[in-house]
Ligand binder design. Structure first.
Ligand code: PLP
Length: 385
């Protein structure tokens, strides 16, 4: 039997498991270690404001100020998602038939970039090696990812090199700094993308900060206005309630939790090694890529002929159903990375000890094997019809 992962259905299953746990055991029973826990800490005063015409005006002024402090730039554009900001930016700035060149520390880039390139009929190329990196003459946009979906961080030298190469040719540089706007800065003390010379940058307001899912773009007033027009035409702007939540997230943000996790991750890593498990370090925890999950299962004596994205999703789903630990593959949007990433800077890491976490990680490998041997893959991944 051939299994192909249906990501719409796995997400429905993941959300249903979460809902079931909340209903039966309360919100506190969940342990979200995605680093994307979000937050919507608005007050009743904010709500009163939202009910009047004053709301959007007041919130807009605040988000301009806080956004500029966080990202730099002259003007801030709050978005429904980072994805919608990326799409609008490409539609506004890239002409059909021209080329988008993307440099990132490790492929692939976020799917919103190639998808929008295809939509408007632009060419798209990714480089993760500066020796190969070239900007052809018909290039209309250079994209840099500051920190990838798997938390690979660009070095400041590479960052500046790519920006300079693009600007030598007068090409606009856009930085996808979804998590990088905090990770790069908190851990490596790097400047904002705009301060490094980029023309535009975008960040996700739920990544490594306690804000709602949304996007925040920064740049020159001229470029932001061009993009804002497209954003409004397609209905991709952040509505006032979202902006109110972003403001609280930005006000609360401090890099300390990220810095603390950066120190503690070595200990977690050692504990895994002592159990014979090969994880990869991330700046704030550890991760297993799809193929690592397969390797770990094979180490336990299994020969597996199943796609690695499927294995990683089963792993994530079982970690959720048995240990209430949330990782991205079980609940992510279609196309999201299938890496099992444990972000120890997540607020919820205080709900369990390092020993508890390592136990859950080990035990879940055994349960994946059981599910495969018992032929229970579909029940594990999908809701019953
Ligand atoms: C998360 C992420 C995005 C998209 O954010 P959404 O909130 O899903 O729209 C884009 N680029 C990178 C590098 C990301 O990590």
């Amino acid at each position: 039997m051939v299994f192909e992962l249906n990501e719409i259905k796995t997400r429905e299953k993941g959300l249903s498991l979460i809902n079931h746990k909340i209903t039966n055991y309360g919100m506190n029973s969940l342990i979200d270690l995605t680093g994307l826990a979000g937050g919507f800490d608005i007050t009743s005063e904010d709500i009163t404001m939202l009910e009047t015409y004053a709301g959007p005006a007041v919130f807009d002024e605040k988000i301009q100020q806080l956004g500029k402090e966080h990202l730099g730039g002259e003007k801030i554009l709050p978005l429904n998602r980072t994805t919608s900001g990326i799409a609008a930016m490409i539609i506004a700035l890239v002409k059909p038939g021209t080329k988008i060149v993307h440099y990132l520390p490790e492929k692939p880039g976020h799917p919103s970039i190639p998808r929008t390139a295809e939509l408007i009929g632009a060419e798209y190329v990714e480089y993760s090696n500066l020796d190969e990196f070239t900007i052809d003459d018909n290039t209309s946009l250079v994209v840099i990812t500051g920190t990838t979906m798997d938390y690979e961080i660009i070095s400041i030298e590479d960052f500046e090199y790519v920006i300079n190469k693009a600007h030598e040719k007068d090409i606009t540089v856009f930085v996808d700094d979804a998590s990088g706007a905090r990770l790069r800065r908190a851990i490596y003390d790097q400047p904002t993308a705009i301060d490094l010379g980029a023309d535009l940058s975008v960040t996700s307001t739920d990544k490594l900060m306690e804000g709602p899912r949304g996007g925040l773009m920064a740049g020159s007033a001229k470029l932001i206005d061009e993009i804002k027009l497209v954003v409004n035409q397609y209905g991709w702007e952040a509505q006032a309630p979202l902006v109110a939540g972003m403001i609280k997230g930005l006000e609360k943000y401090s890099p300390e939790r990220i810095q603390e996790a950066f120190k503690q991750k070595d200990e977690l890593y050692k504990m895994l090694i002592s159990q014979g498990v090969d994880a990869r370090k991330t700046p704030t925890g550890f991760m297993f890529k799809e193929e690592d999950i397969k390797n770990e299962l094979e180490k336990r004596g299994m020969t597996i002929d199943l796609p690695t994205d499927l294995l990683a999703t089963i792993y994530s789903m079982l970690l959720l159903s048995m240990y209430s630990i949330i990782t991205i593959p079980a609940v992510g949007m279609p196309g999201a990375s299938k890496t099992i990433r444990i972000d120890w800077s997540s607020k919820d890491s205080s709900k369990l000890s390092m020993d508890d976490l390592i136990f859950a990680i080990m035990d879940t490998f055994d349960h994946v094997i059981e599910v495969i041997l018992e032929g229970e893959i579909e029940e594990t991944l999908y809701l019953e019809d």
